[in-house]
Design a protein around this ligand. Sequence first.
Ligand code: VG1
Ligand code: CO
Length: 543
Amino acid sequence: MTPRCVSTVPFPDQKPGTSGLRKKVPVFEQPHYVENFLQAIFDTLAECQGATLVVGGDGRYLNREVIQTTLRIAAANGFGRVLVGRGGLLSTPAASCVIRGQQAIGGIVLSASHNPGGPEGDFGIKFNGANGGPASEPVTEAIFRRTREIAEYRISDAPEINLDRLGEACLGDMVVSVIDPVADYAALMESLLDFDRIADLFGSGFRMRFDAMNAVTGPYATTILQDRLGAAAGTVVNGEPLPDFGGHHPDPNPVHARELFELMGSSAALDFGAASDGDGDRNMIMAPGLFVTPSDSLALLAAHAHLAPGYRAGLSGVARSMPTSRAVDRVAEKLGIRAYETPTGWKFFGSLLDAGLISLCGEESAGTGSNHVREKDGLWAVLLWLNILAVLRKPADQIVREHWASYGRDYYARHDFEELDSTVAQELMEGLRSKLTSLPGQRAGDLTIGSADEFAYTDPVDQSVTPNQGIRISFAEGGRAVFRLSGTGTAGATLRVYLEQYEPDPTRHSLPTHKVLASVAAAAEAVAEIASRTGRLEPSVMT
Ligand code: VG1
Ligand code: CO
């Protein structure tokens, strides 16, 4: 079982995006593709010798194979111990929790998140550092540089490790511990949230549905909601992780979690509905008759977090990604704490969390989290909602409406134009960029442009600068449109157009979102010339 050095040549396309390296499965199946990338990660670590590594994934097609490869490469690189979730499963937030709890040097998380799985679907490899969070920009840059020059990788010829049996095995000098993927995470949740009160809520007849979308959260949600908190059997649906997610996109939004969305909008609506994505870091929240936008959910959780034991002392600050609505900023103002604005992607929250500047953060794309781990955490958000509902004992939709009445409502939508020709998409962004300075004062549709710029971020902790993080256009009438290209897609380019309109008047809080946003959407089209440039008259997905 001596380690071998294998000669290899670089692949040009191993640049990590918003969240790790994400490609179609056949790309990952090329000989040496996975090995090169893993070796590049390990090469950028200060010291692998004797270190502890955490490995797990969302159970999608290729998960088990890549875990075995990771173990063999880790052994050859001198790691002392690897913790793997049983069945090769670890949700992204659970991986973060284990990395932190076990003082690991980092973790390899195998997932393409909300992207579809299966032999023709997507696969992904993410690296998280010792704080449990996604590798920062400088680290992913270093990994990419290494992939461009790699000439060999080290691998040990060890037999397969049985991933289905809890316990320890040896792979050369390295110990492999197959751990219960749920246990540490469930204990962390119990330490933060009032499990007794949530159990009382379920005991009182409160009914909810959690759609795990045949992705990784099934075992977590079943253990915590049904077994620990006493939610009725059948509360968790699609609870079995499947390699192809049952053929669906495991993306918790009104389009891909349609069944839950329709149930909660019907007369048979339960008290609460929730869903999570492929790797368990996103959440969708449904109140009876009401889809709670992730931006609103973040604001609401910030306003009520003190009702949960883990946040009783209050929040140090909050943060949101730039395209997320400003609803949470108003809550922060009322609480007298700071609200930070970061680029899209969880990696940017890490330094703020580590420095204690914020305790809660979120993104419009259904990610919400806190300082308990360094990833967004879908089930945690659902449990915090339940904790709040258990204390307030009011219907979820009423809590949302009361929130709007005190803070105003941010009507919000995101329009995605998927699989565009990459050059066309780049040109569209370039076109916008080139006219930014001349836009203020101009009319766009029925609106007047107030300001226009491209978001650049300076990290307040380490002062690192990240430019080109999305173009934002604010209208004098109060609306805003943001344009950026996705960094997680695997085919062509995806243009994301984020639309919002603030409405302080409570008599105007029950209007259809698309109606309120119609003029902002028309103005966005007028400025960006989406139809004429791309030939698309409608977005591929509206959420
Ligand atoms: C998308 C979302 C972003 C999120 C990222 C990873 O990125 O917009 O908010 O952090 O996915 O989420 P992009 O670059 O495609 O817009 V997950 O749950 O897919 O790891
Ligand atoms: Co995800």
